[in-house]
Design a protein around this ligand. Sequence first.
Ligand code: GLP
Length: 241
Amino acid sequence: MKVVITKDYTEMCKLASRIFAAEITLKPDCVLGLATGSTPVGMYKELVEMYNEHRVDFSQVKTVNLDEYAGLSGDNDQSYRYFMNHNLFDHINKENTNVPNGTAADLEAECERYEQVVASMGGVDVQLLGIGNNGHIAFNEPCEEFPEKTHVVNLTQNTIEANARFFASMDDVPKKALTMGIGTIMKAKKIVLLANGAKKAQTIYDTVYGPITPKVPASILRLHPDVTIFVDEEAGALLKK
Ligand code: GLP
């Protein structure tokens, strides 16, 4: 695992965006694993800027997102499909984008379908991750065992509270989500995790130095052969001590 402490959020986003742009240059039909949350917004802006300057071409790129809230359709402005359209897809020449369907009649079947979609593409070349305050990646919450495949998850109170800032009220935050499993994520050839702000400092410390345990889902990334974590000074503050 490589850890890069950047001067600030802007530098973190610029460096991470170059990894994705380089991947597209080297493999124009690559599969990108994408993430939501406030953290990657700046990186998506960088990619849109590169696209506008004709430095990157998404026409053959395939994307698969990590997760989606159960019960929210793609036109709901709190859904992750909406987030991706708004922050990236509407601004680039994308062709093939995939986000789990949160309103599928049978959510378990949707998880199986999604797992197949990822497999049929030959797996993810570069996977982007954020991290929850409690160490969750995608919506893999702290638990007793690392979940392997795409599955339906009950969100923890910690995550519901953390994500309530995007909703009108706490009651509006969905209590369930569909998420790629830890096994699905670990199969990606390369993983880039981003974290900024003091709130993430402890979980970044636990991820890098703590025990590898499903109680800190991101800690398993230490077993992956190609992971780079970019943190700003605040999120990396405890690493320096
Ligand atoms: C959600 C997403 C995660 C994301 C996390 C952190 O729970 N499912 O993929 O990493 O939020 O969000 P933020 O970047 O806003 O801190």
